[in-house]
Design a protein around this ligand. Structure first.
Ligand SMILES: Nc1ncnc2c1ncn2[C@@H]1O[C@H](COP(=O)(O)OP(=O)(O)O)[C@@H](O)[C@H]1O
Ligand SMILES: [Mg+2]
Length: 240
């Protein structure tokens, strides 16, 4: 398998919140001290490095389209389109994947680097690699239903259970040293086939590392928590 340049990774710890309501104040007290400063090319994930690094980048796995089949479309947003796919691994086994491509055809190098570095924290999909001609990001398929669909179709208790799982996923993500910046019900998948439900945070194009600067990090964390609060409000509104 060929490689292209990317960065190192980070693991998630398995701490959870006792209380699954969004905390009013959630200081960034657990930011690992090794985290480097953030790069300021925010909000343009695919023309810059999404995460800032002082370490040498690790290579991104470069996948061949010969080993990749693109199936049904499962999502389409402002930036791109996602398909279910099937990837043949080096050992010959096949695995279900999600293939994401941008409308303009640009590479998703920065989002791929982020997925690689986040390394599954917050249930984020693991990166399989990137392909070229056409450019695509290939990631683990996260089974489940979007929180958006749950808000529309599931009952109140199921939505609260999904919310609780999402609070835990966001806590895990933050503890691993990252903030998401684009949390909304379409970017969250809930696996309802397990109890308690588990949550996957998707669409990490705006994800950044905490900087170690307390005020800035607190603000970044608060923005994610505010998004959670908005989701909770949406669920509460189902009462009426
Ligand atoms: N790894 C994944 N596993 C399962 N479904 C996914 C995955 N990634 C994306 N999706 C589906 O595709 C949709 C769009 O993906 P997303 O990364 O949010 O793209 P966009 O940047 O266009 O919003 C999501 O809402 C979700 O339904
Ligand atoms: Mg999205």
């Amino acid at each position: 398998m060929e490689k292209i340049d990317t960065w190192g990774d980070t693991a998630c710890d398995d701490s959870t919140w006792d209380d699954w309501d969004v905390p009013v104040h959630c200081p960034v007290s657990q930011v690992p001290s090794f985290l480097p400063a953030q790069d300021d090319n925010a909000h343009n994930p695919d023309t810059s490095s999404a995460l800032s690094h002082t370490l040498e980048p690790e290579p991104l796995p470069l996948l061949s389209w010969d080993h990749l089949e693109c199936g049904d479309k499962i999502g389409s947003g402002q930036c791109g389109v996602t398909h279910l796919g099937m990837l043949t691994l080096d050992d010959g086994r096949t695995t279900e994947v999600v293939v994401k491509m941008l409308h303009g055809g640009s590479p998703l190098t920065a989002e791929a680097r982020t997925l690689q570095e986040v390394a599954g924290a917050g249930g984020a999909p693991l990166l399989h690699g990137v392909a070229t001609n056409p450019n695509a990001l290939v990631m683990q398929y996260c089974p489940g239903v979007t929180l958006q669909a749950m808000l529309e179709e599931y009952d109140l208790q199921q939505c609260y259970d999904a919310y609780k799982a999402t609070v835990e996923a966001v806590n895990c993500f933050h503890t691993a040293g990252f903030y998401h910046q684009d949390l909304h019900p379409g970017n969250i998948i809930i696996n309802t086939s397990v109890l308690p439900y588990t949550s996957h945070l998707l669409d990490l194009g705006y994800t950044r590392r905490f900087t170690g600067q307390l005020v800035r990090d607190d603000n970044a964390k608060s923005e994610d928590l505010f998004c959670l609060k908005q989701i909770k409000d949406q669920i509460d509104a189902k009462h009426y």
